[in-house]
Write a protein that binds this ligand. Structure first.
Ligand SMILES: NC(=O)c1ccc[n+]([C@@H]2O[C@H](COP(=O)([O-])OP(=O)(O)OC[C@H]3O[C@@H](n4cnc5c(N)ncnc54)[C@H](OP(=O)(O)O)[C@@H]3O)[C@@H](O)[C@H]2O)c1
Length: 254
């Protein structure tokens, strides 16, 4: 495990090399780790900094360095972004659908205030904090990404089934935050593409209770989803900033 300080020291000697090739920050475990490995295969990516909160991910690439950070805690995000140096991309995959105290609501009668607060916080706050403290790190990149995994169920116009009040509302709020950020950064960071991404239905702790009866062929492995998302990111440019993309490259209406 590396602390942010240890990471910074190990990189400072090769800072010149770093600025010549892409350095990315990725947060989150299942799809986040798969994305880190997919992007580490790119020749022009020199380093990927992968943050984790409760359990250190297994890594099989020398380009990926892990460090612990709770992206819901402002002081931890501020200190990490201050010390990691220049970046060419921040990809946030943190999200919450359920845990011991949170369950997606089938009916409004199931709404629980504490669960709503937690869902909104985990699904929106890390993106806002990463934008607040990551702006400086991204500003000199010639071709930057600021992307967050949202979910198709956060699309208001695509909502045909209802339910999942807190999760849907939190992802809609996340999408709105990304849209506002894209507008602000059109001038402040014109070379940065801000994107909201839907990863598809992916086998992970987040989806597991809801995919038990799904045809396994319709559930992507994290590696499959990561390779699709990587393709989507590679095909985006700043003129497309502030939009919502599915894993197959199609645009999702807000
Ligand atoms: N899997 C799917 O089918 C699917 C579909 C649509 C959208 N998405 C979105 O894709 C993203 C990644 O999902 P995934 O499948 O990779 O899920 P995952 O394996 O459950 O990863 C979620 C990540 O969020 C972090 N997290 C959860 N609660 C947190 C909290 N209170 N504070 C800080 N971090 C917290 C987790 O950290 P810990 O490991 O420490 O808990 C983990 O790193 C999420 O935003 C999800 O909404 C997933």
């Amino acid at each position: 495990m590396g602390t942010v300080g240890e990471l910074e020291r190990s990189f400072s000697s090769s800072r010149d090399d770093i600025t010549k090739s892409r350095v990315l920050l990725i947060t989150g475990s299942t799809i986040g780790n798969a994305l880190a490995h997919a992007l580490a295969e790119d020749d022009n990516v020199s380093r990927i900094l992968l943050s984790w909160r409760s359990s250190e991910p297994k890594i099989s690439s020398d380009k990926i360095k892990c460090f612990q950070m709770d992206a819901c805690v402002e002081s931890e995000v501020a200190s990490a972004l201050e010390r990691l140096g220049p970046l060419d991309g921040i990809i946030n995959t943190i999200g919450l659908l359920h845990d011991g105290s949170v369950k997606p609501e089938k009916s409004i009668s199931r709404l629980d205030t504490a669960a709503f607060d937690k869902t909104l916080t985990v699904n929106v706050l890390p993106t806002l904090l990463l934008a607040k403290y990551g702006r400086k790190a991204l500003k000199d990149s010639q071709d930057a990404w600021f992307a967050t995994l949202s979910a198709r169920v956060g699309s208001i116009s695509d909502n045909q089934l209802g339910g999942w009040y807190s999760y849907r509302a939190s992802k809609a709020a996340l999408n709105m935050a990304l849209k506002s950020l894209a507008i602000e950064w059109r001038i402040a960071l014109p070379r940065c593409t801000v994107a909201s991404l839907h990863p598809g239905t992916v086998g992970s702790p987040l989806s597991e209770p809801f995919t038990r009866r799904t045809d396994p062929e319709r559930v992507f492995t994290p590696a499959q989803s990561a390779s699709y998302l990587k393709e989507v990111l590679h095909n985006l440019s700043p003129v497309q900033s502030g939009r919502f993309w599915s894993w197959d490259g199609t645009e999702i209406p807000w």
